[in-house]
Design a protein. Structure first.
Length: 290
């Protein structure tokens, strides 16, 4: 496959292929990012923030594909990144953990209105609730965008959550205008890390995009369930041994008491129980027998 591309590539572009290949050989993590809708100012800021750990290289898709194809023999599976390229692709190369990179890039994204002709990055939903609009033509405009609206307290309200565009759909001018007026900004502007290659494995965006709070909560629940299971099966560990000893002591004391085995731990309870029994019998005796 590499020979196929070599036969077609212009001599002037071979230098770019060589540069991409050198970057791929230099770094452990090779990622494909989508720079579509990214402003020059934002790119400049990202370069400054990542300059010590990341190199970003922009070139044509075909150049990147050729380099990935030729380097696949050295880093197996690398060619799979070529199939993940979308929008305006660029390579992001680093030795940092890909999860850390994704987190940094995501943190530095900002929301923006969507424009006519742009692709919906995800399902766009207009939530139910009040708007700041007075009754008028806006109701018809909302209706054209499949948004159910009505009037309440002299203001236009959206009656129910409305799916106005599915992921991947091209946004029409009237919908773009309505979303902007409603203050809905579905676009995320920044470096969009689509997938990363590390140690022969491709990590897609869906894998890298971790909800840390949810992950920590899941780990805490998992640890609690493991702890409870270890106690249930009486498996001694550093975290369960004290609980198991206390549980065993309580159960042993209960068994000794039930079997009327007298020792320093049960004697008081056995005597108290016997005394209570005597009192109970005494209370039931007729007065002449007392």
């Amino acid at each position: 496959m590499a020979d196929k591309y070599k036969s077609k590539i212009a001599p002037a572009k071979k230098e770019a292929v060589v540069k991409v290949k050198k970057l791929i050989e230099k770094y452990n993590v090779i990622a494909v990012v989508n720079m579509e809708n990214l402003t020059a100012r934002q790119l400049q800021i990202m370069r400054a923030q990542l300059k010590d750990t990341v190199e970003i290289f922009m070139t044509k898709k075909r150049i990147i594909r050729i380099a990935l194809t030729e380097e696949d023999s050295k880093k197996k599976g690398l060619i799979q990144l070529a199939d993940r390229m979308k929008g305006m692709p660029a390579l992001l190369c680093s030795n940092d953990n890909p999860f850390k990179l994704f987190k940094i890039l995501k943190k530095n994204k900002s929301s923006a209105p969507i424009k006519a002709g742009q692709i919906a990055p995800a399902d766009i939903i207009v939530p139910a609730g009040p708007t700041g609009f007075a009754p008028g033509p806006i109701i018809g405009e909302l209706g054209m965008c499949k948004i159910k609206a009505g009037i309440d307290a002299g203001k236009v309200v959206v009656k129910e959550d409305s799916l106005v565009a599915k992921e991947g759909e091209v946004i029409k001018p009237n919908l773009a205008a309505v979303l902007t007026r409603l203050g809905i900004e579905p676009m995320e502007i920044g470096l969009d890390l689509v997938a990363a290659y590390e140690n022969g494995e491709i990590l897609d965006k869906s894998v890298l995009d971790i909800d840390e709070e949810k992950y920590v909560a899941s780990m805490k629940q998992f640890a609690s369930e493991c702890h409870n299971l270890a106690i249930f099966i009486a498996h001694p560990t550093r975290d369960t041994i004290h609980h198991l000893i206390a549980k065993t002591a309580t159960e042993t004391r209960g068994l000794a008491k039930h079997a009327k085995i007298v020792n320093k731990d049960t004697v008081k309870e056995i005597l108290a129980e016997a005394h209570a029994g005597v009192n109970n019998v005494h209370a039931k005796l007729p007065n002449e027998a007392k």
